[in-house]
Design a protein around this ligand. Structure first.
Ligand code: RM4
Ligand code: MN
Ligand code: MN
Length: 427
């Protein structure tokens, strides 16, 4: 574990440069009538949950190349998450995936999280894989299966996830299903959706009053011809059919290339049904690259919609921000640190948008200046604001530098002998 003293020592040698850079940017922003301390305070309040499944090395259909010192169980995963929290100051919550993370002793897991300063974000169910000893197979679907017994089993698993989440202090269930078809004609398109609604209603009925159900859409994979909950339209229809506790979760990687995701965000906010995000990035059909690594402008535009919605006090429930990535070639801790920073960067940039000026340009149909208003915010180097926000949270000025200097990965390699080899699969 990386200690607060270690972080303080690491910060000490960087503090004077940081102060100078922050002051210089503060002067620059003042000329734009922006209070740098307000922006830093807002960024310091930003939180994103870590996905438990992302601290292990991921893989593709072809291979998985394990890294040294990978977590062997959910307790090890929490340790890695606590390191990311200590260094970024922004990741207090962990999102668990059942049954991958199902420990025998849930109260012990909660106590361990408490001791590490962590809490539990929405829990995820898994009916896209068969588990050892499971009675019915999900090969041809789960919540939408043609056989009522399979659907009942998938519903029961989701209700069990709610039970476990309650013990852990979680407040939401995220439901993503892989159900769909590989061939035209394989599945009755309309009836499959009806079966989804019927099964989802049973899960919904088991939600405690203060819980929400986050419905996650995905265009394709593992079903390659048609997926039952393929887009935000299906997701929103389902949420509206189920009731007010059902909200739509947008995983940035689950859309066709070039889809205008910020517009989807705006529409879901209009409906009051945006529940949260799974952040990541993508280029082609991949859906789990590091956040901000491919298209940071798109990420900024998503945050621009969120800040705009706050600015005009749009009516939408609080959002569950989560990362959802697969780290195949990097140290997962480093990828999660840098992704957290990229989210804060997008937030800080969006906070710099001169919204009054933008509104005037829009009213006057001044397309060029309107786009310049966004670009002026996006092209401002906000790194020193992010460092200031981390300092406000007792975290590191340079999280990646501190992580590398700490020797944490080597210590894990010594303490956690390799548990498994290099097969395919995402985890
Ligand atoms: C899916 C989807 C889900 C995640 C799984 C592991 O593509 O993004 O959110 O739980 O992957
Ligand atoms: Mn996801
Ligand atoms: Mn995904």
């Amino acid at each position: 574990m990386i200690s607060p003293d270690f972080v303080a020592d690491h910060n000490a040698s960087r503090a004077s440069d940081q102060d100078a850079d922050y002051e210089a940017l503060g002067r620059q922003l003042r000329r734009r009538s922006i209070d740098v301390d307000r922006v830093a305070a807002d960024v310091a309040g930003f939180r994103v949950a870590l996905p438990s499944w992302a601290v292990g090395t991921g893989g593709t259909r072809f291979a998985r190349y394990p890294g040294p010192g990978e977590p062997r169980d959910v307790f090890d995963k929490l340790e890695d998450c606590a390191v990311i929290r200590r260094l970024t100051g922004a990741t207090d919550e962990v999102s668990l995936h059942f049954p991958w993370d199902q420990p025998a002793d849930l109260p012990a897991l909660r106590a361990r999280a408490d001791a590490l300063g962590l809490r539990f974000a929405p829990v995820n169910s898994n009916t896209f894989q068969d588990q050892p000893g499971q009675k019915h197979s999900y090969k041809y679907g789960s919540l939408t299966h043609t056989d009522a017994a399979v659907r009942a089993q998938a519903v029961a698993h989701n209700i069990d996830c709610i039970r476990m989440g309650k013990i852990l202090g979680s407040r939401a269930l995220t439901v993503w299903i892989g159900d769909g078809a590989n061939f035209p004609g394989q599945q009755h398109t309309a009836r499959a959706f009806e079966r989804y609604l019927e099964s989802a209603a049973q899960i919904y009925a088991a939600l405690p009053d203060d819980w929400s159900m986050l419905i996650e859409h995905k265009m394709y994979e593992p079903a390659f011809y048609a997926t039952v909950i393929q887009d935000w339209g299906s997701s929103l229809m389902a949420a509206q059919a189920l009731g007010p506790k059902a909200l739509c979760l947008v995983d940035l990687g689950h859309h066709a290339p070039n889809v205008n995701i910020e517009m989807i965000v705006a529409r879901l906010i209009h409906a009051g049904r945006l529940g949260g995000f799974h952040f990541n990035d993508s280029r082609y059909g991949d859906d789990d690259l590091d956040t901000g690594s491919i298209n940071p402008y798109r990420l900024f535009l998503v945050f621009n919609e969120l800040i705009d919605a706050e600015w005009r006090r749009a009516h939408n429930p609080p959002l569950a921000h989560m990362l959802d990535q697969s780290h195949n070639i990097t140290d997962p801790v480093e990828s999660l640190i840098s992704s957290t920073i990229e989210l804060q960067r997008a937030q800080a940039q969006a906070l710099l948008v001169d919204r009054a000026a933008l509104a005037e340009y829009q009213a006057g149909n001044d397309a060029l200046m309107a786009s310049q208003a966004l670009k002026a915010a996006f092209t401002t180097d906000v790194s020193t604001i992010l460092a200031k926000a981390r300092l406000l949270n007792g975290a590191a000025i340079d999280p990646l530098g501190a992580y590398r200097a700490s020797g944490y990965r080597q210590a894990c390699a010594d303490a956690r002998p390799a548990a498994h080899g290099g097969g395919g699969g995402i985890v």
